[in-house]
Ligand binder design. Structure first.
Ligand SMILES: Cc1ncc(C[n+]2csc(CCOP(=O)(O)OP(=O)(O)O)c2C)c(N)n1
Length: 629
């Protein structure tokens, strides 16, 4: 049994002001208590464990040195914010983490005045921090702005764009690079290699820091001249001693590497950094999952976990036939038959199931890091050379690559398969992660075929179709398991734009896409018990639609109902509305889907119930509509 530490000191911390009164030994004790508290809470409710454990000391040091009632703090991704939330007055409510109405798993401006920027997607912190710095300058104020970005997120295009801009502007901005050498899996790419070289060749940085410290001790009139000389010295030796000070070339002052679990050196460094003008990058080296052996030795550092036993750790649900797993095994099967198939992920090999592909076809697998736009255009380029690229990206992160999907893939009608996992509501991660918009943002794009399979075998058939099709295809499916339809050894490809009728009844026609069609079937059974007979059509294709099947299904019914796990504006239902708008004497249409609002975090079942996406709620809505209520 792992001993649980008491939280005697933590219980006295209600705001960062309380923490500033503590001695260094007390801050050490506080760090241990925060770790224990985070582990206990995540074991009970699930969440992002490894990232938060890795920044306990960094968070304490930041709140100790800065005053975030006036200074600004921006977390990148925000999945490492648990210590920050606990310190900033949310300890008492922390047991509600990720539950409906409870504390969010990500920073949220509405939740606390200490959450200066809402976040969930990677790579935004430096842009947001720079924006805050420019607003400060415009108001002629003097507060500090600190952006904390992980080494995984630091390789995202947006971060490079923001560093490039910040280095040019030269205004005061501190970027803390939290380097744990891990993204969700081990960090990949040349940037990761570069950071590793900086850590393993710190001689130059130590020499330079020492030089600056000594210069600072000189009398005021000789200090400026001495530092000028030091600059010259620095410029002449740095290329000999380090592989390249990329950040300095971009206009940042580079400080580091700093031991990220050593509170006294973190505090000393941050105090010094706070006094520096201009853009500064502090390279802090941390260990993801620090202080919890099960996280430290896990191959993903317990990055994001469901509730688990504190002593034994999470047990992988290896047998669960999730949509992700169906995609993963089917793609590997198909890649065995077709050597042109290549797979691309943007830092999510295990989340998308492409880890299995990587294992079997390492030479045909590409993890580009957190770089969704690059992933899509890379695929477009590959397709021009005769490859059959499959790009697997969560629905919410594909938003980043919208222009690339239009401009690079669809405009040129290239045979790229865009696989969007986590389409629809995702639950506890909340509004930054719900895949609520993909059908809406993809529908207007010419040439793109959009399929939303409703069960496991349909996903196999959709993939078989997509890999044989001559143009771009997007396949979207939700998080978790399907209805349990057995897999097929040789899936028959879907025929372009064909629907299937699952049930027939004369009163109502329910048309839908995706697994929610099975909830519609359950709703139809409930309606049947109340004397209302429904037809249920699984449209499969959002684009092109099986217009004939839809027209024939609605013939003579009193009501047409569309169902989807996507935002109503611009989604599947609105496509049906457009299709039927010109039909003379058409029946009224009721659209059921995600309303025009950001849906909060919480258990999927709770969210679905609240927005009317359960079979019971659907049946009640349909019955009311038929009764004219
Ligand atoms: C645009 C985008 N793509 C993918 C993700 C999924 N994701 C969440 S955290 C993470 C890894 C972040 O690594 P790093 O920045 O090093 O932070 P660490 O978890 O190591 O603290 C990824 C890929 C995301 N949040 N946003």
């Amino acid at each position: 049994m792992v001993p649980r530490p008491p939280f005697a000191l933590l219980d006295t911390i209600d705001s960062p002001a309380d923490l500033k009164a503590l001695s260094l030994p007390e801050l050490h004790t506080l760090a241990q208590e925060i770790r224990g508290f985070v582990i206990d809470t995540v074991c009970e409710h699930g969440g992002h464990l490894g990232p938060s454990l890795g920044v306990v000391e960094l968070t304490i040091a930041l709140h100790y040195v800065y005053d975030f009632t006036r200074d600004r703090l921006v977390w990148d991704v925000g999945h490492q914010c648990y210590p920050h939330k606990i310190i900033t007055g949310r300890r008492g409510r922390f047991s509600t983490l990720r539950q409906f109405g409870g504390v969010s798993g990500f920073p949220k401006r509405e939740e606390s005045s200490f959450d200066h920027f809402g976040v969930g997607h990677a790579g935004t912190s430096v842009s947001a921090g720079l924006g805050m710095a420019l607003a400060r300058d415009a108001a002629e104020e003097g507060y500090s702005v600190v952006s904390v970005v992980g080494d995984g997120a630091a390789a995202a295009g947006m971060v490079f764009e923001a560093l490039n801009h910040a280095g040019d502007l030269g205004t005061d901005l501190t970027v803390v690079l939290n380097d744990n050498a891990w993204s969700i899996s081990k960090s990949v790419g040349a940037m990761a290699e570069y950071l590793n070289r900086l850590i393993t060749t710190p001689a130059y940085n130590r020499l330079r820091s020492e030089l600056w410290r000594i210069m600072g001790m000189l009398p005021r009139n000789s200090k400026a001249r001495a530092r000028k000389l030091a600059h010259l010295f620095q410029a002449s030796v740095k290329n000999l001693l380090v592989p390249g000070t990329m950040f300095e070339e971009l206009g940042f002052r580079y400080i580091g590497p700093v031991a990220g679990h050593n509170l006294s050196s973190l505090i000393r460094t941050l105090k010094y950094v706070r006094s520096l003008p201009g853009p500064v990058l502090v390279h802090v080296v941390t260990e993801k999952g620090k202080g919890y052996a099960l996280a430290e030795c896990d191959d993903q550092k317990l990055h994001g976990v469901a509730p688990f036993d504190r002593d034994t750790g999470p047990t992988p649900d290896a047998g669960a036939m999730t949509f992700t797993r169906v995609f993963s095994t089917t793609l590997v099967d198909m890649a065995r038959q077709d050597r042109r198939i290549v797979a691309i992920t943007a830092a999510m090999p295990s989340g998308t199931g492409l880890d299995a592909f990587a294992l079997e076809f390492p030479g045909r697998f590409f993890d580009v890091g957190i770089a969704e736009p690059h992933a899509v255009t890379l695929a477009a380029g590959m397709a021009t050379g005769g490859l059959r690229p499959v790009v697997a990206i969560y629905s919410t992160f594909m938003q980043r690559a919208f222009d690339q999907v239009i401009h690079d893939v669809c405009l040129q009608n290239l045979p790229v398969v865009l696989v969007m996992d986590r389409g629809g509501l995702v639950g506890e991660d909340g509004p930054t992660h719900h895949g609520a918009f993909d059908l809406s943002y993809l529908r207007p794009i010419p040439n793109l075929v959009i399929v939303a399979p409703s069960d496991e075998a349909e996903l196999q058939r959709a993939l078989a179709f997509a890999l044989a099709y001559s143009g771009p295809v997007a396949i979207r499916y939700p998080r978790g398991k399907g209805p349990g339809v057995p897999l097929e050894e040789r899936p028959e490809p879907l025929r372009l734009g064909t629907a299937r009728v699952l049930r027939e009844g004369p009163d109502v026609a329910i048309v839908g896409v995706g697994p929610i069609v099975h909830d519609a079937l359950s709703a139809a059974a409930l309606l049947a018990a109340r004397g209302i007979q429904a037809t249920v059509v699984d449209c499969r294709f959002v684009k092109p639609m099986d217009e004939e099947a839809i027209r024939s299904a609605i013939d003579g019914v009193r009501l047409v109902v569309t169902v989807e796990d996507n935002a109503l504006p611009g989604g599947f239902g609105s496509a049906i509305d457009q299709l039927l708008a010109v039909l003379p004497g058409r029946p009224p249409v009721l659209n059921i889907g995600i309303p025009d609002a950001f849906i909060p975090h919480g258990a999927l079942s709770t969210l679905r119930d609240r927005i009317g996406l359960t079979p019971e709620r659907m049946a009640a809505t349909i019955e009311d509509a038929l009764a004219g209520r």
